[in-house]
Write a protein that binds this ligand. Structure first.
Ligand code: SAM
Length: 252
């Protein structure tokens, strides 16, 4: 009988897993940090995440009576930015696999009196459960890096977009300057895990998982290829903050 090896459950290993084991590990992390997600996001990105999200939403054409979906919506920031672009009678769905994150999102939606226009819904990016050609636009912010099967999630997103509709994907990417990559590596592999543990008192490993998952996610050009392979056209990207993040925009 051969001795079975214990699975490597480090944050770095999780970022390279695929399938449901990864999904469960990632979801445990988001459940644990949901209550402090917004604060940590603001602190750790030096407030930049709001700016990145505002620019992402600006790539979505304004329509009257539009319908938009934000996948992996978390605490609903992008859904709130999409809402005015869908017109006074428009609808936005903020979907996420994680209930705890959506609870935080719903509080913000409710606080702005927008529960009639923004619906928070639990759904897996890989099996969205909407009809084909349902949405004028789909956005996603910092979610694609976490899904078990990226090609499946992208294919599913394309399926639910109406022909001619727009997909905008905000995600961490590859800094374009060597010096920025060095600073960023130090920040993400050294400082970020330290701050996560000491300041945010995180015990889930999410702040180690974060840089590890960024490293294994496709860079700008490769993500363009993934989108084209899924059938999207007019694919382009815009680097923000020197390529620390990139917005990929594509049309169905
Ligand atoms: C880093 S948070 C981003 C939240 C929000 N979009 C933002 O930009 O602040 C990633 C979100 O993706 C969600 N997520 C991860 N895997 C998912 C999946 N397979 N389907 C749907 N949501 C998923 C997580 O639950 C989490 O809320």
């Amino acid at each position: 009988m051969t001795e079975q090896q214990a699975p490597d459950v480090s944050a770095r290993a999780i970022s390279t897993w695929s399938g449901s084991a990864r999904e469960q590990a990632v979801q445990r992390m988001f459940t644990a940090i949901a209550g402090v997600y917004d604060l940590n996001n603001t602190l750790l990105s030096f407030g930049l995440h709001s700016h990145w999200k505002t620019i992402t939403a600006s790539y979505i054409p304004a329509v009257e009576q539009g319908t938009a979906l934000d996948v992996g919506a978390g605490t609903a920031d992008l859904a709130l930015l999409l809402e005015p672009r869908m017109g006074v009678r428009g609808r936005v769905i903020a979907s996420d696999l994680n209930h705890a994150m959506l609870v935080q999102g719903l509080k913000k939606v409710d606080g702005k009196g927008l529960t009639g226009k923004i619906t928070c819904l639990q759904a897996n990016a890989e099996h969205l459960g909407f009809d084909d050609d349902s949405f004028d636009a789909v956005t996603t912010g910092f979610c694609m890096r976490n899904v078990g099967n990226l090609a499946r999630a992208v294919g599913e997103i394309r399926r639910v977009i109406k022909p001619g509709g727009t997909f905008a994907c905000l995600e961490f990417s590859r800094p374009v300057f060597g010096w920025l990559r060095a600073v960023y590596d130090w920040y993400s592999f050294k400082l970020l895990p330290w701050v996560g543990t000491k300041v945010a008192r995180d015990t889930t490993g999410v702040y180690e998982y974060l840089p590890a998952s960024i490293r294994t996610f496709p860079d700008q050009e490769r993500l363009c290829q993934v989108l084209r392979e899924a059938g999207f056209r007019e694919v382009f990207y815009k680097n923000l903050s020197g390529g620390i993040v990139a917005i990929h925009v594509a049309r169905k």
